[in-house]
Ligand binder design. Structure first.
Ligand code: SF4
Ligand code: SF4
Length: 239
């Protein structure tokens, strides 16, 4: 068996499967780490030495699985002469790791997470908090069906747009170093279009003076957001 060829077919399939489920979890990492000694040196011999074909196929499966999991770590993994790096659909964007709060890490808004290398990614991807694992901005969601262009990617337009699909509400987190970003270029056009279609958009949910964009009596308006109470988590609710 040519191990390199077999892995080049098997590993990408598994990376895609993990990506579709939001990345590997801690159990996947634990299993993959147990396989590390084989990855480090004797994998090929290990496979060739196994007498039973079914045993060999099982080992190949587990080897491919382990490489796929470890490829999500920063810098990926090099095994059997090939480097595997599972890039997330975010590419080099890491804006939500700055603009959004992460309760589990006590990370406030507008502050880079201590685990983030801006423009590269998360240093604890496999064991990142649930809040991070569950978050997808609107740009990232769009890539699965009707992809927004690269000019709307948050690191380029400086706005992370988050959706609450149940009641057509969006929050636009604006990079404080570009506080007017939401008023300019393609992101301004997108926000206006969403509001024109009936959505309510909280602009600058992470800034001192958030505003609401909505359609009233047929016209688009932008007004200061009002505090209307607190949610179950104790966060101020703005409308
Ligand atoms: S802001 Fe969106 S595209 Fe950028 S890292 Fe976060 S989820 Fe990915
Ligand atoms: S833990 Fe990782 S994904 Fe979460 S904010 Fe920090 S760098 Fe980003």
């Amino acid at each position: 068996m040519d191990l390199g060829i077999a892995l080049s077919a098997e590993v990408p399939l598994r990376i895609e499967r993990f990506r579709a489920q939001g990345g590997p979890d801690q159990n996947d990492l634990r299993r993959a780490t147990k396989f590390a000694p084989i990855l480090a040196s004797s994998g090929e011999k290990f496979l060739l030495d196994s007498e039973e074909q079914s045993e060999s196929a099982d080992l190949l499966n587990r080897l491919a699985e382990a490489i796929a999991v470890l490829s999500f770590l920063p810098g990926g993994i090099t095994a059997f002469g090939t480097t595997w790096i599972a890039k997330s659909g975010c590419g080099t964007c890491t804006m939500c790791c700055k603009l959004l709060a992460v309760r589990e890490l006590e990370k406030p808004t507008n502050t880079w997470c201590r685990h983030c290398t801006p423009g590269k990614g998360c240093g604890v991807y496999v064991i990142r908090p649930r809040t991070c694992g569950e978050f997808e901005c609107v740009w990232l969601q769009s890539q699965r069906h009707n992809p927004f262009g690269p000019e709307l990617r948050p690191d380029r337009c400086k706005v992370v747009l988050s959706s609450n699909t149940t009641d057509r509400q969006f929050t636009a987190f604006v990079d404080p170093s570009s506080p007017r970003a939401w008023r300019e270029g393609p992101i301004a056009e997108l926000l206006a279009k969403l509001a024109d279609d009936g959505a309510t958009i909280l602009i600058g949910g992470n800034l001192a003076n958030p505003q609401i964009m909505e359609k009233k009596n047929g016209a688009l308006i932008v007004r200061p957001a009002r505090k209307v109470g607190k949610n179950a988590e104790g966060d101020t609710v703005l409308k």
